[in-house]
Write a protein that binds this ligand. Structure first.
Ligand code: ASP
Length: 323
C-alpha cells in the first residue's frame, strides 16, 4: 500500500502464459526486463511531473507497443490470413470516459488512437477502417503492414495452422519450439498499464494483437470496456491479459470493480476470487493488474508467469516475469 499524499503509482503487464525460466535465454530475459523497465520509466516521467494517469498509461504502453517482444503494436501476432489486427482501449477513472479501437491494421500505436477516440470523438469504440480514418484526421502515426512483420511470429502462425489451433502468444520465440503445444502454445502477450496520478485520479489501458491464427474480424476483451479494461476512482483501475473470450464472458475488469463497490472487498480479495477461483474453475487462463486510489495494488495471474512491473513515488522500478 502506498497511501501518502502526492503519491503516484504505475503498474504494467506484458502478458501472461506458460512463461518458465527453463524456456528463456538469458539474453531474451534481459531484453524483456529492460523493456518493462523502460515502459515504467516512460510512465513515471509523466506522473512525477504531475501529469495525468491517462497520459502515463499511454506513455508506458507505447514503449511496449514499439517493441517486437510483446504482442501489441509492432510485435502483434498474425491472424489466420497472415495479417495483424490490433485492439486497444483506455479509461479515465475520474470521468468514466473511455476510448477504444478494434481490428486496426495500420496504426503504429493503437493506444494513442484509443486515447484520441476518448478525447476527440463522441464515441467509445471505433473499428477497422473507421478507426484508421479517424486516426489520420487526428494526425496519428500510421504504419505499413510490413512494419508489423516479424519472422518468428509468422512461423508461430504456420505452426498454429499446422496444429489447427488458435493460440495466444507473447514472445518472439516459437510457440512450438519444444514440440509441446500444451506448454509452449499458451502464451498471452497483451500489454497493459494502470496508474494513480498525483491528482488522485486512476486510469487503465490495454493493447494487443489478440491471438495467433485468430479468425478475421475476431475482437477480444482488450477493447471492451469492463472486460479487458476498466477504471473508476471510487474502486480501482484494472487491465487484463489472457484468453479474451473468458474475460468477456466474465466481464472481468468490471467484476473486480463491482466486488469492491458492492461487497466492499479489498482489491486483493477481488482479484484472488476472480482470477484464482472464478476463471480457474472455467479453465480461463489469464491475469490482471489492478490499483486503487489509496495505492493498494495486486498483480494476479493463474498461469506460470506474467511480465509485470511497478513503480511509485517511494519505490524505484521493480520488474518480474515468473511466479
Ligand atoms: N486478451 C487478449 C485477447 O484475447 C490476448 C492476450 O491477453 O494476450 O485478445
Amino acid at each position: 500500500m502506498e497511501s501518502n499524499k502526492n503519491n503516484y503509482v504505475l503498474l504494467i503487464h506484458g502478458g501472461v502464459g506458460t512463461i518458465i525460466k527453463e524456456n528463456m535465454t538469458a539474453t531474451k530475459e534481459a531484453a524483456y526486463l529492460e523493456t518493462l523497465k523502460m515502459a515504467l520509466l516512460a510512465g513515471e516521467n509523466v506522473l512525477k511531473n504531475a501529469g495525468k494517469a491517462t497520459n502515463a498509461v499511454e506513455a508506458a504502453i507505447k514503449v511496449m507497443e514499439d517493441s517486437p517482444l510483446f504482442n501489441a503494436g509492432r510485435g502483434a501476432v498474425f491472424t489466420h490470413e497472415g495479417k495483424n489486427e490490433m485492439d486497444a482501449s483506455v479509461m479515465d477513472g475520474n470521468t468514466l470516459d473511455a476510448g477504444a479501437v478494434a481490428g486496426v491494421t495500420q496504426i503504429k500505436n493503437p493506444i494513442s488512437v484509443a486515447l484520441q477516440v476518448m478525447q476527440h470523438s463522441n464515441h467509445i469504440i471505433l473499428i477497422g477502417e473507421g478507426a484508421e480514418r479517424f486516426a489520420k484526421q487526428q494526425g496519428c502515426e500510421l504504419a505499413n503492414p510490413s512494419y508489423f512483420y516479424d519472422e518468428d511470429r509468422f512461423q508461430q502462425l504456420k505452426m498454429a495452422q499446422l496444429h489447427n489451433e488458435v493460440i495466444l502468444d507473447h514472445s518472439g520465440e516459437s510457440a512450438y519450439q519444444e514440440g509441446n503445444i500444451e506448454n509452449e502454445g499458451k502464451k498471452f502477450g497483451t500489454v497493459g498499464a494502470v496508474a494513480l496520478d498525483t491528482h488522485r485520479n486512476l486510469a487503465a489501458a490495454t493493447s494487443t494483437g489478440g491471438m495467433t491464427n485468430k479468425q478475421f474480424g475476431r475482437v477480444g476483451d482488450t477493447p471492451i470496456i469492463g472486460a479487458g479494461t476498466y477504471a473508476h476512482n471510487k474502486t480501482c483501475a484494472v487491465s487484463c491479459t489472457g484468453h479474451g473470450e473468458y474475460f468477456i464472458k466474465n466481464v472481468v475488469a468490471y467484476d473486480i470493480s463491482a466486488l469492491m463497490e458492492y461487497k466492499q472487498t479489498t482489491i486483493q480479495e477481488a482479484a484472488e476470487y476472480v482470477i484464482h477461483e472464478k476463471l480457474k474453475q472455467q479453465k480461463g487462463e489469464g491475469g490482471l493488474i489492478a490499483l486503487d486510489q489509496k495505492g493498494s495494488y495486486t498483480m494476479a495471474f493463474n498461469t506460470k508467469g506474467m511480465y509485470r512491473g511497478v513503480v511509485s513515488k517511494n519505490h524505484s522500478p521493480k520488474v518480474d516475469i515468473y511466479k
